[in-house]
Design a protein around this ligand. Structure first.
Ligand SMILES: *[C@@H]1O[C@H](CO)[C@@H](O)[C@H](O)[C@H]1NC(C)=O
Ligand SMILES: *[C@@H]1O[C@H](CO)[C@@H](O)[C@H](O)[C@H]1NC(C)=O
Length: 403
């Protein structure tokens, strides 16, 4: 009896220890966030085990879980929703039914999920697109780009780029009743990375005849060079996106080879030949002092030249939009940037805001002090958090006024 009781006490203590992660004071709905975080950690650990046993790639395992969240394209009284292909890439289209006085606005949306996970049919992404389409009376094109580990960089980028370029043709915009002067790209997390890269690349493409009106970047990943920024260090174990998970996503974007993941985890992946690029992600020059914390700047230690040769993608501006030249950044459209205080990617967003503003690009930077990474995915459904709903509303409100 005593032994059983002892076992029960030990098991409860272990469970409590596992569930309980100290959360910053300013995060609301503490218990709910703790549960969400514990579930996501459990899933991640299970994925690690399955991967280590050689049963399945960890990302494919996680994708299986996410597919439970799938909703089919469902029209309602306000919008016609349908899955189709544009330029041979799967998309989900949201077409408003309400009459419009003139041409409509359009948003091309790229979901998050570390270039490995996610789907346009996930309930929360579907809901964000519905709200956007409804509130703006706009056409929303949500892109189901191909994912790692089956596909590596630049496939993800090329898919979203192909759809955007196709959609921006005058004849296609006319077919959907869209005003060529009121189109934007938007995305969260890895999708924000893709949106930033697409907005830059369009500027260089002589075949593109329509300029974007805006870009909206929701807690985007923008650089691979320094994975020890203050935000990476201070938020290494905050809810939903840990540093090790982000390193896993970054490396998986380029390769399944674990050597890149290990080098990135040690922040020793950039070859010495590329060390001149460190100035573009130098946080001591680009971050406001209030975010420095107790850190003092040290440039990352250069890694083996071989990694840079084998996986040149991580030094490519299409993967790391912060590496773009001033001449390129200067021409970007009006920008909305959302960053969250308790997020490894916080400083990527801050540094991009600093660079764009210095070059005269109009930037609305909304920094949410009470939020952690991925809150757009907690804006509806059973895992809904007030902060998620509020930040989605803020984003749509900005589009309403600026697109
Ligand atoms: C359709 O739009 C109206 C007016 O904006 C709104 O009240 C209603 O809730 C919308 N219906 C759905 C299913 O979203
Ligand atoms: C980073 O910026 C600081 C000051 O802003 C400067 O002293 C340092 O040399 C820079 N280092 C790199 C690698 O750019």
């Amino acid at each position: 009896m005593g032994a059983k009781l002892l076992c029960l006490c030990l098991a409860s203590a272990l469970l409590a220890y596992y569930l309980y992660t100290p959360l910053p004071e300013d995060i609301d709905e503490h218990w709910k966030v703790m549960l969400l975080d514990a579930s996501s950690r459990t899933l991640w650990h299970m994925a690690e085990v399955v991967d280590k046993l050689g049963l399945m790639d960890r990302m494919e395992f996680l994708m299986l879980f996410l597919s439970a969240d799938y909703v089919p394209p469902t029209s309602d009284e306000n919008i016609t929703v349908r899955d189709t292909e544009l330029s041979n890439v799967q998309v989900r289209l949201y077409l408003p039914r309400k009459p419009s006085d003139g041409l409509r606005r359009a948003v091309l949306y790229f979901h998050g999920g570390g270039w490995c996970l996610g789907h346009v049919g996930m309930q929360t992404y579907d809901q964000v697109s519905r709200w956007t389409s409804n509130r703006l009376n706009a056409v929303v094109v949500s892109v189901n780009y191909r994912l790692a580990p089956q596909h590596h960089f630049p496939t993800q980028f090329e898919d979203v780029y192909a759809v955007t370029k196709f959609f921006l043709q005058r004849s296609v915009l006319a077919q959907y009743g869209v005003d060529p002067d009121r189109v934007c790209v938007a995305g969260d997390s890895a999708g924000g990375n893709l949106a930033a890269a697409v907005a830059q690349q369009l500027l260089e493409d002589p075949e593109v005849e329509t300029n974007l009106k805006a870009q909206a970047l929701i807690y985007p990943a923008l650089q691979t060079l320094d994975l020890n920024l203050p935000s990476y260090q201070d938020n290494a174990d905050k809810p939903v996106l840990s540093r090790s998970l982000m390193v896993g996503f970054w490396s998986k974007y380029f390769t399944g080879d674990p050597s890149l993941r290990e080098a990135m985890a040690a922040n020793r992946h950039v070859p010495a030949e590329a060390s001149h690029l460190f100035q573009l992600v130098n946080w001591s020059a680009l971050l406001p002092a209030e975010l420095w914390g107790h850190h003092s700047y040290r440039a990352p230690v250069p890694g083996s030249p071989e990694l840079g040769r084998r996986f040149p993608g991580f030094l490519d501006v299409r993967a790391a939009p912060l590496l773009a030249s001033a001449a390129r950044l200067r021409r970007l459209p009006r920008t909305y940037l959302l960053t969250c205080q308790h997020d490894v990617l916080r400083d990527d967003g801050f540094m991009y805001a600093t660079r764009l503003r210095a070059l005269g690009v109009p930037v609305t930077h909304h920094h949410a002090r009470d939020a952690f990474h991925g809150v757009f995915s907690f804006s509806s459904g059973p895992a809904q958090l007030a902060v998620g709903r509020r930040l989605v509303d803020g984003y749509i409100e900005w589009l309403q006024e600026n697109l």
